[in-house]
Design a protein around this ligand. Structure first.
Ligand code: SAM
Length: 321
């Protein structure tokens, strides 16, 4: 496998099924307009072929299905059935949970085990003002259904100073009570945030977050896997939470992620707009495609930042959050 001078290689693949989303979160898209599918999105079979190539050619072991909102895509069922047959070490979905009640029977039937559900608040009014769509009760019902069938659920929250900072402790309590790992994601300076002062206004640092949690709980750091993007902490005697501290504790040095967009473009780094169109490889004989893929992977690995995330005007939804 291809390895760079920091010992990094691609092991984790994030596949964006569609750029479209049924939310329009304030920190993800500008002006409240929901994002639409990207031009020339690949169908489920083409995306599965690309995934197979990347598993064989890059040594991908873990796959995350994301978007946009993956459950919104008509490809979802075919794709999720296809990847569940690949027998990877780990397969997970990142979803806003709005369509989870509809898809739980399918996920249960194929034995799907891991879900990350994005939830920024337990307050219905704040929910509507951040997501600018959707319904809190439906997400909570989806979370309960997933927990009831024994899925491993994590909740992702992006704390924002001006919008939901008062929700840090209520959400942590909600998760601790249910044995769910809450993961706080530091706001990333990308997309439209780079073009205004919204990032400076809303960014919540790791220190600020920990101080708030420590105002109520005893908190101890615990070790996380080498290539984990998440710092992990124990609320003593109660449970675990994580922090993806892109800014406060950058993890670029051990990043093993590769991203495939819904129109078949490969991105080696979230902080870099460079990308490589895989669609021409999908119609070539498999051994030839595998061979040509090596050059693409070398370039994509070279696109990774060496130290810290520096932000980009790419929009997370296009390239898979
Ligand atoms: N629609 C799905 C969902 O909501 O989970 C998957 C895609 S969404 C882009 C993936 C994650 O990225 C969500 O947890 C969202 O909160 C997070 N996200 C989006 N923009 C972000 C930003 N600027 N900084 C930090 N996290 C962000």
């Amino acid at each position: 496998m291809i390895v760079d001078r920091f010992g990094r290689q691609f092991q984790n693949l994030r596949v964006s099924l569609t750029a479209a989303c049924n939310y329009a979160c304030t920190y993800c898209v500008p002006n409240g307009k929901k994002l639409q599918p990207a031009e020339a999105e690949l169908d489920a079979e083409q995306l599965l072929r690309a995934v197979r190539l990347l598993v064989d050619g890059a040594g991908i072991e873990k796959l995350r299905i994301t978007g946009g909102e993956p459950l919104l895509s008509k490809k979802f069922e075919t794709f999720v059935r296809g990847v569940s047959e690949l027998e990877l070490k780990d397969t997970a979905i990142t979803t806003n949970g709005q369509l989870l009640p509809k898809y739980m029977p399918l996920l249960e039937e194929i034995g799907f085990k891991r879900l990350n559900i994005s939830l920024d608040t337990l307050d219905a009014k704040k929910f509507r003002s951040i997501a600018r769509s959707g319904d809190l009760e439906t997400v909570l019902r989806g979370i309960e259904m997933a927990c009831d069938v024994g899925m491993k659920v994590k909740i992702n929250m992006v704390p924002l100073k001006t919008a939901n900072f008062d929700q840090v402790l209520p959400l942590l309590d909600y998760c601790l009570d249910r044995g769910i790992e809450l993961r706080f994601i530091e706001l990333m300076n990308m997309g439209h945030l780079k073009l205004s002062d919204q990032y400076e206004r809303d960014f919540v640092s790791l220190d600020m977050l920990l101080a708030t949690i420590r105002s109520k709980y005893e908190v101890e750091p615990i070790t996380a896997a080498y290539d984990s993007t998440s710092l992990r902490y124990e609320v003593v005697g109660r449970g675990i939470f994580g922090v993806i501290a892109n800014e406060s504790e950058p993890f670029c040095r051990s990043c093993s992620r590769l991203r495939l967009s819904s129109n078949g473009h490969l991105y080696g780094c979230l902080s870099n707009t460079k990308n490589y169109d895989l669609s021409p490889l999908l119609t070539k004989p498999y051994p030839l495609a595998l061979n040509e893929l090596q050059g693409v992977l070398t370039s994509a690995l070279g696109d990774k930042q060496s130290i810290a995330f520096t932000g980009e005007t790419t929009v997370m939804k296009f390239i898979g959050g």
